[in-house]
Design a protein around this ligand. Structure first.
Ligand SMILES: [Zn+2]
Length: 477
């Protein structure tokens, strides 16, 4: 089996063959830091984090560049609204976002690029476009890309310009020759932040920064270009036009886009006020739970965050950690090493076949439910014939690609139970006292009383189970 990736450009799954054997150059469009990171940013960043981890698992040496757009209209507007310098505003949001992405369990990209640190590269790039006749300087000092000089425009989004499929925005930019031309350099309005350029004071447009940063950090051609699906048009279409006009070569070999996030079936938007901030998600759920919830979906699909989206994920994660913790203590007296090795090989094959199929984490997690069912069933036998701890440890190793289940299982289970008790204001002493009361009732053959104790605990969300070494309690999340 080999890795196959759905290429948005060709609209089909293609075998992954990088430009240079053994190495992968990947770029994913990052965040415009005009506000706090939200669940959409979290989703996109986790998807590309997992893609880099799986490419590394497959033995590739991955160079992953992710950018921050740290100057744009909204950053300037939002900074001005609270009387802060826009550069300081952007800097503070980048520091906060980096910390949140770390807490979410993402590896840091190889290069974390910033538009304002690549202004020289951007200016050089624009100069090349002007020299090649692909861009022009308007009287206003703005520079525009001349769209009709790039005949391949629309090949990624499959938009047909002649058919007027694009709802043409009202032209608010007086220097444009054609309404579809787009800005490469924007002249500074009075009082706005600016950089000096051959065309006067101004700042880069959004699209050009990604072309220039790709060129600077990865070169003329890259293997994978990623982003959210909302970036296909016009952002990625414009990146292609800019880069290919300069290089004359295909820009990215595979275009990979992740789906969008809905909240209770509705599009997430500022006006609806239904956005979920990453900060709030991290305050409420652990990174395992958030990543599990996001990755249970196939990355190219939209996700719909309903009220039970994270709680259900938390339940699954807790169950998996519980199984791993129990597997550590499983009886090993009848273990058959050959059978264990076969089971491990089978699990690896299922893992790789799901991930090789366009990074299908949804399929992988469905398979994983089967692996945990298997361990749970074996755990119920007094003398399992598989080394359940070895199987558990192997699953943990594979789940490193999702960066889930990497915590100490026993501790995770204990912490989750304590958190549950704290939230419900139940003391452990109380539970132990009720368990002792039930044992006394059983001893006195007062089964009505022992059942009543069990039901009382159940009503509080606590289950009890009798084992050869005594009664144990668990929480029902
Ligand atoms: Zn971009």
């Amino acid at each position: 089996m080999s890795l196959r990736i759905y290429n948005v450009m060709s609209r089909q799954k293609e075998e992954f063959v990088p430009l240079t054997p053994g190495a992968v150059k990947m770029y994913a469009c990052g965040i415009t830091v005009s506000g706090d990171a939200h669940v959409g940013h979290a989703y996109q960043s986790v998807v590309f984090d997992v893609i880099t981890r799986y490419l590394a698992y497959r033995g590739y040496d991955v160079t992953y560049v992710r950018n921050y757009t740290d100057v744009d209209d909204n950053i300037i507007k939002n900074a001005n609204a609270i009387g802060v310098d826009p550069m300081q505003f952007a800097e503070e949001h980048i520091v906060t976002t980096d910390a949140q992405m770390d807490a979410l369990g993402n590896n840091r990209p190889t290069v974390m690029a910033r538009a304002t640190r690549c202004i020289d590269d951007i200016i050089e790039f624009i100069k090349k476009l002007i020299d090649g006749g692909h861009a022009y300087v308007a009287d206003t000092g703005d520079v525009y890309f001349k769209l009709d000089t790039f005949p391949g425009y629309g090949k990624l989004s499959h938009i047909n310009l002649d058919k007027n499929e694009i709802a043409v925005r009202k032209d608010t930019e007086p220097g444009k020759q054609n309404e579809l031309d787009f800005a490469l350099w924007k002249s500074a309005k009075p009082g706005e932040i600016y950089w000096e350029s051959p065309w006067g004071r101004g700042r880069p447009g959004w699209h050009i920064e990604c072309s220039a940063m790709n060129m600077r950090f990865l070169g003329e051609q890259i293997d994978i270009h990623g982003g959210g699906r909302d970036l296909i048009f016009p952002h990625h279409e414009n990146e292609i036009a800019q880069t290919e006009s300069v290089t004359g070569k295909p820009f990215a070999k595979y275009w990979v886009h992740c789906g969008l996030v809905k909240i209770n079936g509705q599009k997430m938007s500022k006006s609806l006020g239904n956005g979920i901030l990453l900060r709030d998600m991290l305050a409420q759920y652990d990174a395992d739970t958030i990543r599990f919830a996001l990755l249970r979906n196939t990355y190219s699909n939209d996700i719909d965050i309903t009220d039970d989206f994270f709680p259900v994920a938390h339940r699954h994660v807790y169950r998996m950690y519980s199984t791993l913790a129990a597997a550590k203590d499983a009886d090993k007296s009848k273990v058959d090493d050959t059978k264990t090795a076969q089971k491990i090989a089978e699990i690896t094959a299922e893992f790789e076949s799901a991930m090789d199929d366009n990074f299908n984490t949804s399929h992988l997690i469905a398979n994983a439910f089967g692996w945990f069912d298997f361990i749970d069933a074996e755990l119920r036998k007094p003398q399992p014939t598989y080394d359940l701890n070895a199987i558990g440890e192997h699953i943990v190793k594979l789940f490193g690609v999702l960066n889930i289940l990497q915590q100490d299982a026993t501790k995770y289970v204990a912490d989750t139970k304590m958190e549950f008790l704290r939230a419900k204001d139940i003391s452990e002493d109380f539970i132990n006292e009720r368990i002792a009361e039930r044992a006394r009732a059983k001893q006195e053959r007062d089964f009505a009383r022992s059942d009543a104790v069990r039901d009382e605990l159940l009503a509080m969300g606590l289950s009890i189970r009798d084992t050869p070494t005594g009664t144990v309690w668990d929480v029902k999340l």
